[in-house]
Every structure is written in C-alpha cells, then in structure tokens.
Design a protein around this ligand. Sequence first.
Ligand code: HEM
Length: 517
Amino acid sequence: MILALLNELGLAPLTILILSLTILWYSNISQNEKSRLLPGPRGLPIVGFLPFLRSNFHNQLTELSQQYGPIYKFWLGSRLCIVLNSASLAKEVVCDQDSIFANRDSPIAGLAATYGGLDIVFSPYGSYWRDIRKLFVREMLSNRNLEACYSHRKHEIRKAIRSVHTKIGNPVDIGKLAFVTEINVVISMVFGSNFVEEMEKHGTVGAEFRELVTKIPQLIGEPNISDFFPMLARFDLQGIKKQMEALLKSVESILEPVINERIKMLSDKRKGEIQGNEKKDFIQILLELMEQKDTGTPVDLLKIKAILVDIVIGGTDTTITMVEWVMSELLNNPEIMAKVQQELKHVIGMNNIVEESHLPKLHYLDAVLKETLRLHPALPLLLPKRPSQSATVGGYTIPEGTKVFLNVYAIHRDPQVWENPTKFQPERFLSQSTNLNYTGNNFKYLPFGSGRRICAGLPLAEKMLMFVLASLLHSFDWKLQEGEKLDLSEGHGIVIKKNKRLFAIPTPRLPNLELYQ
Ligand code: HEM
C-alpha cells in the first residue's frame, strides 16, 4: 500500500535503495561486531566516514593514527576499511600473512583502465597475476634485457642534457623534462628506438600524452561512490568509469597504431628471417608469446594493452614524481646539493659524462634518493589490499574483503623508529648497520611495497632515477628563480606529486662544451 503510494509519487526506487542500504549497513555492522572492536573515528549512518574525507587522504589517515593508534577502522559507505600504521603491523601483513593480503582491492576506475584488471597492478592474486608478473619480471625486465636497453636510456638522457643546455639561465620545468625523458625511454624499451623518433615527428608524445599519464592515476585515486557502495556501481553516479573509458580510448588511439605497425614489421621481418641473437623489445616479447599456445596464460592483444598501460602510465607517473621531489629537496637543502655534486665530481670527474657504470659508486646520491622516498613516497598508502580470507592482525580480526590500507607515509615518519622523522637527512641511509634498501625486508621502509606484490618495475625505476638525477646534477648547477620561495606542499591522488610544479634555473657546470652535445 505504502509502496504503491510512493510509486505514484515516483519515489519507490529511492525508497528501495535507502532500505537496501540500511539493511546492508546493519548486516555489515553485525559482521564487524563479531570481530573484536577496533578503535576508529565514528561516521554517519549509511555513508560512514565518507563526508569527512579530505582530499589529502594520506595526511588525514596519518593524523588519525596519532589519535587512534597503529591500527584503526572506519566505514566508507558499505565498506569496512582498516588502516595499519606501524612497521610491526606491516610485517604481519606483507611477510607473515602475505598470501592472504596479496590480493588487491581494485578500484572500479583502475579496472576500467585495464580492461577489467588484465594487467599486473589490478589483477587479483592468483595464477593469472602470477603468470603475467613472471613474464614481466623475468622476460621484459630481466638483467639481460635491461643491460641491452642501456643505449636507449643513455640516448634519451643525453637528449635531455642537450635540451637543458639550450635553456641556460631560464626556468626549466623539471617534471616536464623528466616526463619526456622517462616516456621516451619506456617507449623505446616497449616498441624499439625508432618509434620515439616516429612519435616525436607526429607530435604524439607531447602535451596530450603527458596529460593522460597524469590524469589516469589521478582519476584512480578519486573517491568513487561506486567503490563504497558496490550495489550502486552500475549507475556510475560520478561518471568516473565513463571518464576513465574515454581516457583509455585516447591512450589506445596513441598506442594502437604503434602496436599494429610493430606487428606488421615483425611479420615482414619473419618473412625475411629474424637474425639469431637480436635484442628484443617488449612488444616483440609479448607478440611472440601471443603466438605460443602452450604458455600458462595465453597472451592476447587485450592483455598486451593492459600490461602496456601499467608500464607506460604507472611506471612513468611515479618516476617523474620522484625526480621532482628529489630536485625540490636539494634546492631546499643547498648544502646537501653541494655534497651530491662533490661526490659526482669525485666519481665521474669534470671532464666526463655520467654512465650507468658510475651509479653503484654514487652512495651519497643513493642516500638522497632513499631519503626523498622516505619523506615523499610516491604511493603513500601503497595500493589497498583485500584479504582473501579472515585474518588476525595486531590481535584484531580483519574480515575477508576488508579494504586494508598500509600507511607507509605514517610508518616512514614514525618517531618511534626514525630519529627527527620530518628532517631531510640522507646520512641516515649511509650507515651499514641499518641495511635499508628497496626490497621491503625492513618493514620501517617500504617505498616500493613489500612481499609478493612489491613494485614489479623496481630495477628499471632505480636505474632511471639515479641516471637522470646524476646527469642533471653533474652537468648543471641549479637554483630557484629570483625571489621565489620553494613550495613543498603535496598534491593528492594515488600518486602524490608536488602541489606546485617545480621550475629551476640551470647553469653549466662542466668546462668542456662537447660534454653537452
Ligand atoms: C619511483 C618509481 C616507482 C615507485 C615509487 C613505485 C612504487 C610502487 C608501489 C608502492 C607499488 C605497490 C606495491 C604494493 O602494493 O605493495 C607498485 C606496484 C607496481 N609497479 Fe611500481 N613504482 C615505481 C616505478 C615503476 C615502474 C618504472 C614500473 C614499470 C615499468 C612499475 C610497475 C609496477 C607494477 C607492474 C606494479 C604492480 C605489481 C603487482 O601488483 O604485482 N613501477 N609500484
């Protein structure tokens, strides 16, 4: 009767929706009661903590840890979220119970960007993920392949140095410079070196592509009602899925012609017989696997495109973000910049250019990079996890399907494990006894994550960052524009960039003009 009346008023669908949400909320509450009660901020009925979310989410979660302790919970819509803020809790999750927590809590926007999670980042933990990750790490990023691609990295970095040399005395957009260099390296590793020149000729690696590389992770980090109320997902109320599908189309319009061209080239070459020990680019490795029917997970074009999205979008945005942060911290700490340059002078010499063989000897620059990744981890909450079964962490039950945030930002600034945690102090990474590296074995330092889902691009990321930074800092002195104050505030999203882009003025440091050619 009441429903009929509401129906007449056109309100029945709304009423049914509110009723369902209320039932769901109560059933979730009772599920939570079954586990031991965790502390945490109280939200509102149905929507939970959603109305109180701030755009600088990682800062907010870190502030809440000061109030509620190393493990706390809140609700975002119908999803129970648990935040872990200490090194010892991190160990319980990424080491002791890694197989349960290796599952991802993939946002709808992330799935939309990767054809439903056909990539490495967003695919659920299981045999498909294992196969494609193995393929990526062992075949594409193998030591042999990385060594073979050294010429691409050197070529692009020299191009960057030449380009900066034409702007002596003028402000250089550091993020843009890092973007062009990184994307060109990635494209040449993926498609072969000729394609960078081809794409540059057609202007495809320009501003539009850069915008896509930034926008996709930004949209993935955007709070989405569909993720918090899965039953509403099909309405896509904020239009985030639709926006992502449009962005993916733009990426496809850039990548697809190159993939097709590459397929054609490979088949032409095959007709003329491939030479024995030729260096393989990523697309060649993937296309060859596509032809092999006996691999564990058959590779097809959609999977290839999904993996390329990880490499081209995921790998680029994180790396350029870190180049900007390191340069900002050095401009903010001129005495540390001077020490880096002193080391470069000593290891490389003023009549020489940086080669990758120098990098393992640059211990101080390495410490600067590590310290920057401590204070400004590109992904401060890593990527949320979703336990595949109920588990106990810190003495509390975490039900299956909870959204679990590992708050690396809070762990990296925890005064109980770091002395003067907010101070930029690279020396803390020079002591042999601390053994702080990127492998995620010391749970107080996890800029690339840890365990099974640790960053799959780590060897390339480390090489690229050290090579770019060493080259920029060896070839030039850098300063801010006259009267400008450095802004170190953070942006928001899944990858935390600087809020304001960094512009810095170069002057040549090396005596010989030929070293800039
Ligand atoms: C400074 C640069 C980078 C940083 C800070 C970084 C950081 C991260 C982090 C924190 C994760 C999530 C780990 C976790 O959930 O525990 C991740 C995952 C991943 N990263 Fe990176 N990354 C960087 C560069 C790259 C590059 C250059 C590539 C590829 C060329 C790459 C490919 C991946 C992939 C494929 C995953 C997913 C791994 C999986 O789910 O199994 N990353 N990265």
